[in-house]
Design a protein around this ligand. Structure first.
Ligand code: ZN
Ligand code: ZN
Length: 400
């Protein structure tokens, strides 16, 4: 019965906190998650869940085959930390200088293990298969892309996939779901303006790439305002500029690089071609050369509408519809997009904000922390989603 589900999850809280803190104290960067994945394997093993390791270097898969055949549902958690130092005055703060779990991936690992613990305890009631995907390198390394390329969605073939990410903009106890567009495509560009260096007092004898860069920057910022439909979303940010060695020397070259975010293919291509056109035009008008590089990053994260509805309805059964919020898309990137390109599924958010505990800091901040109530809460939400997808009726029938 419902109370058994809640009881089992309540009982694992201290264990969840211990696991999360252990991972939090020893953060590992992308593709270096050796100890974290070892811990994952050890627990899955203890739960009698079949373990496969070695995908994308440090990735781990857990598979639980139910008593009866049925659909295969996967849940994904990421394991990597970030290269920043923690400033939280807590006993479980990072013990590794310059590395920190500042995006909550430590919580994701603990939550997925909690779901594994739960289902392994009622395995005779599972129809179909459950697959746990622990991936490396979400923070820019594209670990998810490699996991997909290396076959994580096969054997058994995944019919639907879900991921929950902690979210500091929603209070604890709430979830947020994207109906369709969730996260932006996040691409990168670099422009080199090739002028001709010389003495600062004889500009006529050189071609000044710094002046050209100034024009380039202002023109690039006209793209979102003048070329993109005002009802659509796009971002262009130039985050880096370098050129010059001294105050009285005109340099040979200036290099700029930045990021481009969009929510659909047409705008993605429009932004790319306009940035290149403007770079070419500016270089030409100043009589200079240029080089333009565009690197495609994480694709758009697009939820399947039916799966989003399933998440909303499954979670509502536990927390009530008033605690399920529909979120507007974010211009951030997320490599769960690679899984959603292949199979239907949904990415949703778990609220962690709690002003009374000082949990208010944004992602990637040195003061980022979670309200640990999200650990059992996250387990409950994912259990409910799996229950609903596999049609197990756990929340209605007696649990053994
Ligand atoms: Zn992050
Ligand atoms: Zn993250």
């Amino acid at each position: 019965m419902e109370t058994d589900l809640m009881q089992k999850i309540k009982e694992m809280k201290d264990w969840l906190v211990e696991i999360r803190r252990r991972i939090h104290m020893y953060p590992e960067l992308g593709f270096e998650e050796i100890e974290t994945s070892k811990l994952v394997c050890e627990w899955l093993d203890k739960f009698g869940i079949q373990v496969k390791r070695g995908l994308a270097k440090t990735g781990v898969i857990g598979i639980l085959e139910g008593k009866e055949p049925g659909m295969t549902v996967a849940i994904r958690g990421d394991m990597d930390a970030l290269p920043i130092g923690e400033e939280n005055p807590v006993t479980y703060a990072s013990k590794i200088n310059g590395k920190m779990h500042a995006c909550g991936h430590d919580a994701h690992v603990a939550i997925l293990l909690g779901v594994a613990k739960f289902f392994s305890s009622i395995r005779n009631q599972v129809k179909g298969n459950i697959k746990w995907i622990f991936q490396p390198a979400e923070e820019g390394g594209g670990g998810g892309k490699i996991m997909v390329e290396e076959g994580v969605l096969e054997n058994p073939r995944v019919d639907a996939i879900f991921a929950a990410h902690v979210f500091p903009f929603l209070p604890i106890g709430k979830i947020g779901i994207y109906e369709r567009e969730g996260m932006a495509a996040a691409d990168r560009f670099t422009i080199k303006i090739i002028g001709k260096g010389g003495h600062a007092a004889s500009p006529h004898a050189s071609r000044d790439p710094i002046l050209a860069a100034g024009h380039l920057i202002t023109q690039i910022h006209s793209i979102v305002g003048r070329n993109v439909n005002p009802l659509e979303s796009a971002v262009i940010t130039i985050g880096m500029i370098s050129g010059g060695t001294a105050f009285n020397i005109i340099p040979d070259e200036v290099e700029l690089s930045g990021t481009v975010r969009s929510l659909n293919l047409q705008i993605r291509e429009e932004l790319r071609s306009r940035i290149e056109q403007i770079s070419r035009g500016i270089a030409q008008s100043f009589g200079m050369g240029y080089r333009f590089d565009f690197e495609y990053g994480y694709p758009f994260l697009i939820n399947d509408r039916t799966m989003s509805k399933l998440v909303a309805s499954a979670c509502s059964k536990g927390i009530g519809g008033e605690n399920v919020e529909v979120l507007r898309p974010s211009m951030g990137g997320e490599d769960f997009a690679y899984y959603l390109e292949k199979v239907p599924g949904a990415f949703f958010r778990l609220g962690i904000r709690n002003e009374s505990k000082g949990i208010v800091h944004p992602y990637h901040s040195r003061l980022f922390d979670i309200d640990e109530e999200v650990l059992p809460f996250g387990v409950e939400m994912l259990v409910r989603v799996i229950d609903e997808y596999l049609n197990l009726n756990l929340t209605h029938t007696e649990l053994s």
